[in-house]
Design a protein around this ligand. Structure first.
Ligand SMILES: [Zn+2]
Ligand SMILES: [Zn+2]
Ligand SMILES: [Zn+2]
Ligand SMILES: [Zn+2]
Length: 279
């Protein structure tokens, strides 16, 4: 698409007079030749421009122009200068740095937060507005899951390597599912890996996987996929008398260093996490 410019005069013509979105096939016309988008046509009986009757006639030549036109990003006023065909325009929104997104705390906890902002504003917002503990560590830390029982979700936000990650343990189903989601775009998330170690020097269970973008994961029922899955009964021997399960976590870019030696483990930062039940 290089070299092509947006034809603003054409886009003006493509703007639906009712919803103000750009019209795409099917573009319908009134008896006097005014255009209206297919969506709004179904909701009106009279032409919003001349009050004439709306017909079923399509404006084929305008549809062809719409299909080949170049469009600005919906976040152009926010600062995005990219241009697209009508098809790519909607696909782009999931990766647009200027797209408004909800607070990750809203997604991964039972806390309601109505804040919205761009991806790059999220770490600033989370640090300023939420009393969720953020650990500034090189990559290794311990997380204590307090009162570990089935049927809960345990989440923790951590700032590692200057990036924000959501740690999620779910005991909603048979096992413990653990994942680390990167608060970033898919293409950036793929660079990060995570590992979890439960146990002691003698006996332990470990798992390592790639991070995924939190934008790519649907957490609606907490059946987390692409995670480390550990049999619940298998870890019960590692749960303390007070019901706490200690997990060593590592998050790294490109590669992991591996888990730390037992004697060093007690020097790692510790975060305690309380689970919440689903409604
Ligand atoms: Zn419309
Ligand atoms: Zn009309
Ligand atoms: Zn954009
Ligand atoms: Zn928030």
């Amino acid at each position: 698409m290089s070299g092509r410019q947006i034809d603003w005069r054409l886009l003006e013509e493509l703007e639906c007079p009712v919803c103000l979105e750009y019209m795409a096939s099917p573009i319908k016309m009134c008896e006097n030749g005014h255009n209206i988008c297919g969506y709004c046509k179904e909701r009106l009986t009279k032409c919003p421009t001349c009050r004439g009757k709306i017909t079923n006639v399509r404006n084929i030549s305008l549809e062809i122009l719409a299909a080949t036109a170049l469009y600005p990003c919906k976040n152009r006023e926010g600062g995005c200068e990219e241009t697209f065909t009508v098809y790519d325009r909607n696909k782009h929104l999931s990766v647009c740095m200027y797209q408004s997104r909800e607070c990750p705390v809203n997604i991964i906890s039972d806390v309601d937060c109505s804040w919205t902002g761009t991806l790059s504003d999220i770490p600033v917002h989370v640090r300023a507005e939420h009393d969720i503990e953020i650990v500034y560590v090189p990559g290794h830390f311990n997380v204590n899951l307090l009162d570990l029982v089935r049927g809960r979700v345990y989440t923790q936000l951590v700032l590692v390597l200057g990036e924000l990650f959501c740690l999620i343990w779910s005991t909603v189903y048979q096992d413990i599912d653990f994942t680390v989601l990167h608060v970033g775009l898919k293409e950036d998330s793929e660079a990060f890996k995570y590992g979890i170690k439960i146990g002691n020097t003698e006996e332990y269970i470990t798992g390592t996987r790639k991070c995924h973008s939190y934008l790519d994961v649907d957490l609606s029922d907490w059946s987390i996929r692409k995670c480390v899955t550990i049999n619940f009964d298998n870890i019960l021997e590692f749960v303390s008398e007070s019901g706490c399960l200690s997990c060593e976590i590592e998050i790294g870019r490109e590669k992991l260093d591996g888990f730390v030696l037992e004697e060093l483990r007690e020097h790692l930062p510790v975060v305690s996490v309380v689970g919440f039940e689903l409604d």
